[in-house]
Design a protein around this ligand. Sequence first.
Ligand code: KE4
Length: 426
Amino acid sequence: MSYNETLFARAQKIIPGGVNSPVRAFRSVGGTPPFIARGEGPYLWDADGCKYIDYVGSWGPLIVGHAHPEVLRAVNDKARDGLSFGAPTEIEIEMAEYLCRRLPSMDMVRLVSSGTEATMSALRLARGFTGRAKIVKFEGCYHGHSDGLLVKAGSGLLTFGQPSSAGVPPSITQDTVVLPYNDLAAITAAFKEAPEAIAAVIVEPIAGNMNMVKPKTGFLEGLRALCDRYGAVLIFDEVMTGFRVHPGSAQGLYGITPDLTTLGKVIGGGMPLAAFGGKRAIMECIAPLGPVYQAGTLSGNPAAAAAGLATLALTEAPGFYDKLAAATRALAQGLQDAAKAAGVAFSATSEGGMFGLYFAAQAPGSYAEVMACDVDRFNRFFHGMLNEGIYFAPSAFEAGFVSAVHQPADINATVTAAKKVFATIR
Ligand code: KE4
């Protein structure tokens, strides 16, 4: 029995599924998850000493690679002054000023500890600001696990959202409307049907939780126009895309100005830090200024803010995003070429340092198209690559991530491994 297997057996006795977040349990791909002992740069080592080239990066935060010396130094220096005070600190102002500089759509920002908190708070804020109840999300998009967002599509355009998790009463999800991603006609009809009922539209500007699906031309622009016309708050959930796909995030890439933005992952550099921010008139509704309550013991944690600021500073190096995007494109293209040579129906797409892999001839443009991809082949590819020392996301429905410290040799080694693995899964 490997030490990973020993640890997994021990973990399952005392932690549900042996993990602290479901996707880590490898349930959709099968097998035993490697228990990670350490990371350095683009690499991970597991409890058995096996080395991997890492394309998960803790699901996005590690854009400058694991254990970056400048990030560790910043955390250590800040932690030496104490870990948390439950009182305002200067570094929280520095983080807030930094985020609002990088994202001009944000006049004000509130720091929290997770993406779930950020989106939950942003939606409560939008409801408080508009006085309306309904929120619109899109099928296949994930915005964290707050009750009102654990919803599956209803039958009609504005029918009550049905809970997608036990423990969530229908009364909580009845005001959540789930519509098809990239379908402007559907949301246009929803607004026409209830012109004054929708408080907010929350969207992943590039969807990264149904593998990776880019917005079709005009989709985001259409959401902006509809929210303007009907007085709804447009929320870009950039927890994953924030500072990952472009120096200005997805809103900078596409030139769309949301009313609120949620952030996480990269802005914490691997430590628990997330945020929501946007127009001053909306943000001033948040307690203690306004009537919308929101709070958090560790919100704006100084050591986490130090990790985030050090990470974000590194992303401002000349050519950072061009180099990151080029490495990610090389990976996507190399995998496509390897699959084609093996005669396997496969496609890949990328934007900045984020990519998607699909066992389908074309990259999907909707949730339905993602669901038509060959999951069994993905799972066999995943394990084949893991055995070759390549660690992709353990799910056919997750995006992947390249860091600034993945070198051409790492990308080439990954493509070489893929040539071998594709030959086994024809
Ligand atoms: P957290 O609460 O996990 O920090 O953030 C929730 C969240 C919100 N919005 C978007 C667009 C997200 O992608 C996420 C979290 N992403 C998943 C990975 N797809 C986190 C991994 C996990 O759940 O373990």
